[in-house]
Design a protein around this ligand. Structure first.
Ligand code: AMP
Length: 314
């Protein structure tokens, strides 16, 4: 790589000048191009495909952190061409939610995903995704209905719509999602099955801060004190997971462990805290199948979600 930079510099109009320091920086070599239109995205993907490359897609809303980066790395490890989309999707936010204040940090995002192996960033304007006259939405029943579906009416309609559109635009072979948004992964899988979308869905583990807090673009909204309070969420999930691993099979008892721990920090206002079937999200009586403990809670005005899989018992 460095040799390539030196070669390029020797062939430049001023080869007698010292190599600029910025060219040493890794990001100077790895910054992927940003495209804004579907046409440019398709052209770039078609070229990669002609070169025989497998196409990986990482849909994001930007304000990227190590969780997002882990998805990009997974794609880069498996696919010859990785597209990261950065789009704060208006249709998945409720009218009173944080669409307008959602953090937007495109320059830093591009640098971060470049280092992680992304080949292209697709960052469209809302008008490119939803042009005037836009009228089609994806509604998913069943798994999209409880939990987030109840707390955020219309959220999964917006998610499924934009994800299907991104799949159509990019024509990728594999798409990468985080387990952090557990219900979202079920919704996307349901849609892919129901609409026969020719794409593989990979789900990557939740990346956490050293103290256990699940990484989220919304963590920047938290004050130092709120951030401390928020730790009860991962603590409560870990306690529940430990009880399940120690042999507790009564789902109501497990839910009680989860809710009791959450209640120790009154600044954390719980929306739901449940132990649910990992496929259907229904609450079984006994932990006799793969389950997930899921939490949504407000810390101040910031809404956080987190979950942990509970080991199925033999
Ligand atoms: P977002 O930008 O929040 O819409 O997230 C884009 C993708 O990154 C989704 O598939 C998320 O599930 C995933 N993601 C967000 N936070 C994390 C995390 N802490 N660990 C792993 N994946 C994450």
């Amino acid at each position: 790589m460095y040799a390539a930079v030196k070669r390029r510099w020797r062939n430049s109009p001023r080869p007698w000048m010292p190599l600029p320091k910025t060219l040493f920086a890794k990001h100077a070599l790895n910054t992927p191009p940003i495209v804004r239109s579907v046409a440019e995205l398709r052209t770039a993907v078609a070229a990669a495909r002609r070169a025989g490359k497998k196409i990986g897609l990482v849909p994001t809303m930007g304000a990227l952190h190590a969780g997002h980066v882990s998805l990009v790395e997974a794609s880069a490890a498996e696919c010859g061409f990785t597209v990261v989309t950065v789009f704060v999707n208006p249709t998945q936010f409720g009218p009173k939610e944080d669409f307008s204040k959602y953090p937007r940090t495109l320059e830093a995002d591009v640098a971060a995903v470049g280092k992680a192996g992304a080949d292209l960033v697709f960052a469209p304007e809302p008008s490119e995704v939803y042009p005037a006259g836009y009228a089609t939405y994806v509604e998913i029943a069943g798994v999209a209905e409880p939990l987030e579906g109840e707390c955020r009416p219309g959220h999964f309609r917006g998610v499924a719509t934009v994800v299907l559109k991104l799949f159509q635009m990019a024509g990728a072979d594999v798409a990468y999602f985080g387990r952090k948004d557990y219900q979202q992964t079920l919704v996307v899988r349901q849609m892919v099955r129901d609409f026969d979308v020719p794409i593989e869905i990979r789900v990557q583990p939740t990346i956490r801060e050293a103290d256990g807090l699940a990484m989220s673009s919304r963590n920047v909204y938290l004050s130092a004190a709120q951030r401390q309070s928020a730790l009860v969420i991962s603590r409560a999930l870990s306690k529940t997971e430990a009880a399940a691993a120690a042999g507790e099979r009564d789902v109501w008892k497990l839910r009680d462990i989860l809710q009791t721990e959450l209640a120790t920090v009154p600044e954390v206002r719980v929306q739901y805290a449940v132990v649910a079937d990992a496929e259907t999200l229904r609450e079984p009586a006994v932990l006799d199948r793969p389950c997930v403990a899921l939490v949504a809670a407000f810390v101040g005005t910031t809404r956080l979600i987190d979950n942990l899989p509970l080991a199925p018992l033999k």
